[in-house]
Design a protein. Structure first.
Length: 102
């Protein structure tokens, strides 16, 4: 596989991951009204989208390896933040949950 093809695939992967992250952020804000709690999801998705533009530059083999690692870590961050943002949590009822038999 040529480095140009790898760079192109990484760029598309970043773009898709970024769009999924931004879409998930919009859904979380509209559905659950947690705009600040899920802001990390938005920022990570935007970083992925910016990285897709940078990858298109002429990178050598070392640059592609570093870019691949950055893409993998950012995609993992989007997935983890997406799961945390959309998971069903019971609303806080005001009682202390951290176990004290006081």
């Amino acid at each position: 596989m040529s480095s140009q093809l790898i760079a192109q695939l990484l760029g598309y992967l970043c773009g898709v991951g970024g769009l999924v992250g931004v879409g998930a952020y919009i859904w979380v804000v509209l559905k659950r009204r947690r705009w600040l709690n899920s802001a990390g999801l938005l920022l990570t998705a935007l970083a992925l989208m910016q990285l897709s533009l940078l990858i298109q530059k002429n990178l050598g083999l070392a640059g592609l390896i570093q870019a691949s690692l950055a893409v993998a870590l950012l995609l993992a961050a989007v997935i983890v933040q997406l799961v945390a943002a959309v998971r069903a949590r019971t609303p806080w009822d005001g009682s202390e949950r951290r176990g004290g038999d006081e």
